[in-house]
Design a protein around this ligand. Structure first.
Ligand SMILES: C[S@@+](CC[C@H](N)C(=O)[O-])C[C@H]1O[C@@H](n2cnc3c(N)ncnc32)[C@H](O)[C@@H]1O
Length: 280
């Protein structure tokens, strides 16, 4: 384990996780099978949960036990996204949900169609898919995003298997009808892209879809002031080039939009694609 334990951090983590889920001490107590007084004592630092209660608290909030104590596992130091997830950017959400809506047309949720979302943000798309009848797994790099996603799914009353993972280290084990990812693949450095796209493709069922959007480099668009060191733009049409003769493009598009939902408005170019696997 790495990092420095700070006194009182457990109390603070329980308090903030509960608040971000917008639930009362009474509700948390009921979910954990304890009294509201115990929750109150944990949150004001008068006492600590029993050791055997920790996995239940961590599972309830969708975080690791390390995270409850303020430790960050080294391999999950992925992106400085924790802060960003506390805000929402309506323009981006709009652009990305367009792609999600397109998926409905190309892979209607008839039968038990399963979707894997990579980089689930605040969970809106994962919940959207679940509401429309898909069986949804959604991975996110950020604890905040997973917590928000779970809270949203609970609020809307749908099941989504949200879990924390880094797409650079994660091995997709199951096969999916749809692998969906919007605005996330820029975290995959160019050298890793052939491997990661190959994994997405091999874990897609024949007849299934990859629905993806990526940020694209254009000489006439300035880099976003929020761009991080571990984000790498795609060349124009590069995304399409990973999809070869076994894949049929159902939709390919390059779109431009302005994100003025943040303090410093900025422009983006995004390549969007829905491709169907025709054969192995
Ligand atoms: C621009 S946001 C897009 C979020 C969401 N897909 C949407 O469209 O609203 C980028 C997302 O990628 C996630 N992310 C960053 N690095 C990642 C990684 N290595 N593995 C998985 N997700 C990652 C971030 O946590 C963030 O949720």
């Amino acid at each position: 384990m790495r990092g420095t334990y700070k006194a009182g951090i457990l109390a603070e983590k329980i308090y903030t996780a509960r608040k971000s889920m917008k639930i009362t001490q009474e509700v948390l107590a009921e979910k954990l099978g304890i009294t509201p007084q115990s929750v109150s004592r944990w949150e004001n630092g008068q006492s600590r949960p029993d050791v055997d209660m920790l996995p239940r608290i961590a599972a309830f909030f969708g975080v690791t036990i390390d995270a409850l104590f303020g430790y960050q596992a080294e391999n999950l130091k992925i992106a400085n996204y924790e802060e960003k997830h506390k805000k929402i950017t309506p323009q981006w959400t709009f652009a990305t949900s367009q792609l999600a809506r397109e998926v409905l047309g190309f892979m209607p949720p008839i039968g038990q169609k399963n979707i894997l979302e990579i980089g689930c943000g605040d969970g809106q798309e994962a919940v959207f898919f679940a509401r429309n009848g898909y069986v949804v797994s959604a991975l996110g790099a950020s604890e905040v995003s997973i917590t928000k996603g779970k809270a949203l799914a609970e609020e809307i009353g749908v099941d989504v298997n949200f879990f924390r993972a880094d797409i650079l280290n994660y091995k997709i084990e199951k096969n999916f009808d749809v692998i969906y990812s919007s605005g996330v693949m820029q975290y995959v450095p160019p050298k890793d892209r052939p491997r990661v796209f190959k994994m997405l493709q091999s874990q897609t069922k024949v007849g299934g879809l990859n629905a993806l959007s990526v940020f694209v480099d254009k000489s006439f668009i300035e880099l976003s002031p929020y761009w991080e060191k571990n984000e790498y733009l795609y060349n124009s049409a590069e995304l399409f080039s990973y999809y070869g003769r076994d894949w049929k493009f159902e939709m390919m598009q390059e779109i431009y939009f302005r994100n003025d939902g943040e303090e410093k408005p900025h422009d983006h170019c995004v390549d969007i694609m829905i491709a169907r696997k025709i054969s192995e």
